[in-house]
Design a binder for this molecule. Structure first.
Ligand code: T4K
Length: 376
């Protein structure tokens, strides 16, 4: 008999900076009296992230969603954009905020990323771009996606919200496509409380993005475009600098804990772990499993039973975006071939994972998962 945990075990807990170091940073902010609008903390984080992410250009934002919305705007996308339904609603929402129709494409069973084989059939004369997501930090098949984009003169924006620090064949993930978006939300391995970034190679985007996130203001007396307010403030940037000092240790801890889960869960019938692809440097941001029929209990039953043990796993991403009330009326959401996405959304469960999670807790979570399948 396994007893429930005394306190909830969350799917994640944020990586926090050293408290005294944060107080020192706050002293600096007090002394400067600059709280936002591109102050010294912002500039420092920007240059540190450019280095860490290994990208030619980076632009910082108050959150990932606004960053994505403005990336779409900066590339002047219109009409339809092909994306995945297996993502957080922020992905298709960012298109709709730009008056663009998201066209949902099925995903690959091995990675849960958009299936490049199914993209071409969805291209119409209204298509302006492809918006793939590196789901759970596993890179999409970027060579294939970019080959299609080139053939049809489409832009590519990667939603890299989950992919902070990931490299593919030694190349930083933020160097692919026209623009990549990173989320620095509290639930991400690297966080600035809330925050986000865009990375890109085209230097002309720097000015465009600056105006878009700062009301379109140029100087004190002119506004050249209808921008919004999406700036990252000084406290976010200071927090981010300190979190960045700890990120490599965090990733190493998550790797160790992921290996423990993998070792303990291997051989549990009906529980499948997401493969970590060859040729990538991974960030271990999530611990997704598929709960398949051979396990005996459905994903929903396992989710509810884990809750009874105070293990608060999450169904990222269920329901599919194409099944949400705001999208399911769309023709492509109703009739599109989303067979793999539907199955994965039915089977997916993200187990708790964060650097401070104690190994005995993981051992007990796995014991519970094994106990439940034996004692149904
Ligand atoms: N694209 C993709 C593919 C994304 O996954 C996301 C965000 C975005 C775009 C948009 O980026 P942002 O605009 O957010 O920068 C969470 C996050 O809010 C969201 O950022 C994230 N994806 C998504 C996958 O997960 P919820 O609704 O699950 O969050 P919440 O508040 O339920 O948090 C989950 C657990 O984390 C809690 O049970 C406890 C723990 N937690 C959470 C917070 C906020 C903490 O311990 N401390 C905290 O401060 O969406």
């Amino acid at each position: 008999m396994i007893r429930p945990f005394e306190k909830p075990i969350y799917v994640t807990q944020p990586l926090l900076p050293d408290k005294q170091a944060l107080v020192d940073k706050i002293d600096e902010i007090y002394a400067s009296k600059q709280l936002t609008n591109g102050g010294p903390q912002f500039l420092k984080l920007k240059s540190e992230l450019q280095k860490y992410l290994g990208v030619p250009h980076v632009s910082l934002f108050c959150n990932g969603t606004l960053a994505l919305q403005l990336a779409i705007k900066a590339l002047d996308l219109t009409g339809e954009v092909i994306t995945t339904p297996f993502t957080f609603p922020a992905t298709p929402h960012s298109l709709v905020w730009n008056n663009i129709t998201p066209v949902f494409c099925d995903i690959e069973p091995a990675t849960f990323n958009i299936d490049p084989e199914k993209i071409e059939a969805l291209i119409t004369d209204r298509t302006s771009a492809i918006l793939p997501v590196h789901v759970f930090g596993n890179p999409c098949r970027m060579n294939e996606i970019e080959r299609i984009a080139k053939k049809y003169h489409l832009k590519v924006i990667y939603d890299a919200a989950h992919a902070f620090g990931v490299k593919y064949q030694g190349k930083p993930i933020g160097t692919f496509g026209d623009i990549s978006m990173f989320s620095f939300h509290a639930t991400k391995s690297f966080n600035t409380l809330e925050g986000g970034a865009l990375t890109y190679a085209d230097p002309s985007l720097t000015e465009k993005l600056y105006y878009l996130k700062n009301f379109g203001i140029i100087g004190q007396e002119a506004v050249i475009t209808v921008g919004t307010n999406a700036k990252m403030n000084e406290l976010q940037a200071a927090f981010g600098q300190l979190v960045l000092e700890r990120i490599d240790q965090e990733i190493a801890d998550r790797k160790r804990l992921t290996e423990l889960y993998r070792e303990r869960l291997s051989g549990v019938r009906g529980i499948t772990l997401l493969p970590i692809l060859d040729a990538i440097e991974y960030n271990y941001q999530y611990l997704p499993i598929l709960v398949q029929p051979e396990y005996g209990l459905s994903r929903d039953t396992l989710f509810e039973k884990l809750k009874e043990y105070n293990v608060l796993a999450r169904k990222y991403f269920y329901p599919l975006c194409s099944d949400l009330a705001c999208y399911r009326g769309q023709a492509n959401a109703r009739s599109g071939d989303l067979t793999t996405a539907r199955r994965v959304a039915r089977e997916i469960l993200c187990l708790p994972l964060y650097g401070e999670l104690a190994e005995p807790i993981i051992k007990d979570i796995v014991k519970i998962i094994k106990y439940l399948t034996k004692n149904q």
